[in-house]
Design a binder for this molecule. Sequence first.
Ligand SMILES: [Zn+2]
Length: 339
Amino acid sequence: VIESPVVTRIDFDRPGRQVGHLQLPRSKDTAGWASLFIPILCVTGGEGPTVLVTGGNHGDEPEGQIACLNLARELSAEDVSGRVIVIPCLSPEASLAYTRSWPSGENFNRIFPGDPRGTTAQILADYLTRHLFPISDAVIDIHSGGRSMMCVPWSEMHPVEDPALRRRTAEMMLAWNADYSTIYIDVAGGGLLVGEAERQGKPVIGTELGGGGQVTAPIHRLAASGLRNVLRRLGVLRGEVQTRRSLGLPETVILSATEIEDYQLAPVSGLFETLVGLGEEVREGQPLGRIHQFDIGAPPVEIPSQAAGIVCTLRAIATTDQGDCVCVVAQVGDRSELI
Ligand SMILES: [Zn+2]
């Protein structure tokens, strides 16, 4: 067993509120023997579950980072029954650069389980895998569409096979009280943070809150209220659990994007012209958009929807490479499959 090179003064077994860093060895041309500091909060109060909350997995997704920072600043041991561990920003340099990936080019959400002898990002992933997931009873990883995608705001989970784990996970997902709740598959080829936590048997949820390079006040409010309500639902944060009904809202729409065909990829490079709106119902074959190349004599290339459903994600920027995801069309699912 190789020991993790991550250094922290946080004692995860100590009661009370602790604010500190994970220090990751990271040499650079302007500093030897240097570390990258990742801020972390651990608040322990009384009996209850341990919940790990992470934001800023992708640097261009500020919604979760801000919700986590606000929560982390306010949370006291009196608020907590159990233990809440918050890492507001897993990828601080990417966040400051406003990029999805780390400056090294690594996508932090594709490198799990990580490697204690690997790059700085791999060392951090390994620390989560071997030190933080094992002590957690549930994991929340907050994402958004980032710069390139816009999503109807949703909370999300993978299709979980084990019925008991599926139910616990679905309860967390629904407690976000978002307008949409999405069941999704990994089209990215693995290495996800949530995938590794799931492999360890943890109930795990994520979100896709907006995106497209802008964050509105309602999205910030949904990030903050959803996160807190999931923590209350898990019993680790004191306070009354709210439901969409208690908030006077209609039921959440369960979406299912579990087929590879739900993810529409650009057939050619060019400028993407969107022809549908977020939340719009489309029929099979309906053009979702078209891609303009620069040949005036040739018509733009249409992208027909491969299925009927609800447009839950759209490409936010026109400049598009062949193979980029331009749209996700999800099917309306059934709550009874979850709980
Ligand atoms: Zn993300």
